[in-house]
Design a protein around this ligand. Structure first.
Ligand SMILES: [Zn+2]
Length: 277
């Protein structure tokens, strides 16, 4: 039995799947928020020149001179990477690995690709917030509002790195500024409920593109693997595989390009499923 066949067998045996995903998965789909690269220059060259932005993250964290400029950047960003997103092979491969089992996704990626690729929105926890929602920046009330329906109009009207003032989203209660959605407590609760439900069961934890130092997702997932006697942990990352000794027996580290590893893994799982049903 090859190593991939062994892993595929463990996947077939699982009762439920918990996916943890971070930047490395987005990169495999062509979205690299840290990269100071040609793609950033091609899409945001004018913002780079005018506001000194050097990557997507610097735009997400920028102190904008106006809401018109902020929403010009956001509408182009979201228009390109979320509204224009039509799924990817890795999203299909993850679905193949899940194979109809109950699942939950915890991700630090905010671009909504799981949801846009057809995953259940109630089974996703975007731990660092979401580009698909906005809320009152001063927090006068907790309600979240959808962002995507506003984007095409803003993106079309954007000129000289600004959107018209009339299109700038405002808080319906206080009239103040809106910001992109922060981490959602309800989604966090759903995540905890999922973990509680599969306590003691064969929970497969599939970690995708998360750096070894990550405290936000990786550290809690490794703690969960340690606590759960029947958990299986699969960590996929390029060049950075970290598995502590205490969970080594129930862990598999797959070092390589996320796209390549997922392709091989999902193909092996499909073959295995033919054998084990
Ligand atoms: Zn408000």
């Amino acid at each position: 039995m090859t190593r991939y066949e062994e892993i595929a067998k463990r996947i077939c045996d699982a009762d439920a799947v918990l996916i943890g995903a971070s930047n490395g998965l987005s990169i495999s789909e062509g979205l690299h928020i840290f990269a100071e690269d040609q793609a950033f220059g091609d899409i945001f060259g004018d913002f780079k020149e005018r506001y000194g932005l050097y990557n997507i993250l610097s735009g997400l964290l920028a102190r904008w001179p106006s809401q018109e400029a902020k929403w010009a950047f956001l509408s182009r960003l979201i228009g390109h990477y979320s509204i224009g997103y039509t799924g990817s092979p890795v999203m299909d491969q993850i679905r193949d690995i899940i194979g109809g089992r109950p699942y939950f996704v915890v991700t630090s990626n905010g671009e909504c690709h799981f949801e846009l690729a057809g995953y259940d929105p109630d089974s996703i926890y975007e731990i660092e917030g979401s580009w698909g929602e906005m809320q009152c920046a001063r927090g006068c009330h907790d309600l979240r509002y959808p962002v995507f329906p506003l984007i095409p109009k803003m993106a079309a009207a954007e000129k000289d790195c600004k959107v018209p003032s009339a299109l700038v989203p405002r808080c319906p209660k206080c009239g103040g500024e809106m910001r992109l959605g922060t981490s959602d407590e309800k989604a966090q609760q759903r995540c905890q409920d999922f973990i509680g439900k599969y306590h003691g069961k064969r929970l497969l934890i599939l970690e995708l593109g998360i750096g070894w130092r990550n405290q936000l997702i990786k550290a809690p997932l490794m703690d969960l693997v340690q606590r759960e006697p029947h958990a299986v942990y699969i960590t996929v990352n390029k060049g950075e595989i970290y598995i502590p000794d205490v969970i080594r027996e129930k862990s598999y580290g797959l070092d390589g390009d996320v796209t390549d590893v997922l392709k091989l893994l999902s193909d092996t799982v499909k073959e295995e499923r033919c054998v084990c049903g």
